[in-house]
Design a protein. Structure first.
Length: 419
């Protein structure tokens, strides 16, 4: 029997099976500068590069040909160095598989947990083009204060997470060649991209447009990484992602990968590494990617390692109603401090929990897949929850509400009716 859905381009996947693709947002020149990953549609651990999320905070750097590329190592080093692409590739290479999650991933759920209202859906697709860089324009007639409801409507913050395989060299090896002076404490990582930070993402995460934000003017994207994390053998300068050379949007020719810490540490389009004896107050370190109770909280701290988290990819609210019978509850779990050791599932809104099966893996930083066979005999309404624990014994959630709504690792229930 001819099955029409099996005709066509079978190398690219059966046409009846929707190919998992990013959910993009474009700039005014039609270039993708922001994209969410189709996390609910993925079938393994490595997010295909076509489907990996993308974030550019400033104006995306111009593409740099590998032959024209170099970066420098400066500051508190014995010997300042300049590396070109070939010189970097001559160092011993290393491959690290890790989950990368944007600090703002699922931030909407913080808002929902606090304020109630309809539960944000991971399926929500951004209709508007433009991303946040176009949202804060003069359209509303005032000083760039975008309408917060428009922003939330236009830019979902879910699905900003991907699993990937990164190949490059250890940052540690590069630092050793330059010779780090004993007084150095931080590694200032600077990208080739420049711009003046747009306040809209802060409005987006706080849900407020009346916040005083210190304007740093035009800057390069930069971070001041703790020397200790920089020397971790899994912190690398990567030139390849998922088996192919880096793509421009992901930071080609060379980017930093800092496993376990939220994506903003993984500086793309690396331009400079500067050794410092203090924590430089980079905009995306001390103003934007921070955990605290409010913009003036004296105890606010930079976002660093992620908490411990699980998401349910099946079923989702939109699958309701389900039939009485057997269903597979499954998803991903990851942690900023190492491997996931346990995932528990509840189908009674957290009254009772049972262990899920966690797929074995030797990759410490990569998310794990987990599943749970659910036999449901009684009709009714069910609230499904998942709860992950990591090798440090941390159970979700770890991250309390914070004004920037970063590092959300709370438990998001799935509501289904069984008929
Ligand atoms: N130079 C530079 N590096 C950057 C950014 C940026 O805007 N410029 N965005 C950061 C943020 S917020 C995240 S979440 C990750 C996203 O990496 P990806 O676009 O490859 O997924 O890159 C980080 N590195
Ligand atoms: Mo991010």
């Amino acid at each position: 029997m001819a099955r029409p859905e099996m005709e066509g381009e079978w190398i690219e996947g059966w046409p009846d099976r929707k190919k998992a693709r990013i959910m993009p947002s474009k700039d005014d020149q039609g270039r993708t500068i922001f994209a969410r990953a189709p996390v609910l549609e993925l079938g393994g651990l490595t997010t295909p590069t076509d489907a990996s999320y993308i974030i550019a905070q400033l104006n995306m750097a111009d593409p740099i040909h590998p032959d024209d590329y170099d970066f420098q190592v400066t500051g508190l080093v014995e010997k300042p160095l300049v590396f070109n692409f070939e010189e970097i590739q001559q160092l011993p290479s290393v491959t690290v598989r890790t989950t990368m999650e944007c600090a703002g991933d699922d931030g909407e759920y913080f808002r929902w947990q606090k304020d109630g209202g309809p539960k944000p859906s991971r399926l929500k697709v951004q209709e508007e083009q433009g991303g946040w860089n176009q949202m804060a324009g003069e359209e509303d007639g005032d000083d760039g204060a975008a309408n917060i409801d428009e922003i939330f409507d236009a830019i979902p913050t879910t699905c900003l997470v991907s699993g990937g395989e990164w190949t490059g060299v250890r940052l540690k090896d590069v630092l050793e060649l330059a010779g780090v002076k004993p007084e150095a404490t931080h590694v200032h990582l600077v990208g080739y991209d420049e711009g003046r930070p747009d306040p809209t993402p802060i409005y987006l995460s706080t849900g407020r447009t009346d916040i005083e934000i210190e304007d740093p003017g035009v800057i390069n994207y930069d971070k001041a990484l703790d020397l200790e994390k920089a020397l971790d053998p899994d912190t690398i300068l990567a030139w390849a992602q998922n088996g192919e050379y880096l793509r421009h949007v992901h930071g080609a020719p060379l980017r930093v990968i800092v496993p376990g810490w939220s994506g903003n540490w993984s500086v793309k389009w690396l331009k400079e590494i500067e050794l410092l004896d203090y924590e430089k107050p980079c905009y995306y370190q001390t103003q934007y990617f921070v955990l605290g109770e409010g913009p003036d909280d004296p105890n606010k701290v930079p976002c660093k390692e992620l908490g411990v988290k699980s998401i349910i990819t099946n079923p989702i609210d939109e699958d309701s109603p389900l039939k009485v019978g057997t269903h597979r509850i499954c998803g991903y779990a990851w942690s900023g401090l190492g491997a996931i050791t346990r995932v528990e599932v509840s189908t009674d809104d957290g009254e009772s929990w049972q262990d899920a099966y966690v797929e074995p893996s030797s990759d410490r930083w990569l998310w794990r897949r987990w599943s749970f066979k659910w036999d449901v005999h009684e009709k009714g309404n069910y609230v499904i929850k998942a709860r992950a624990t990591d090798e440090e014994g941390r159970t979700q959630p770890q991250t309390p509400w914070n004004f920037q709504m970063k590092h959300f690792d709370g438990i998001v229930p799935v509501d289904v009716e069984v008929v």
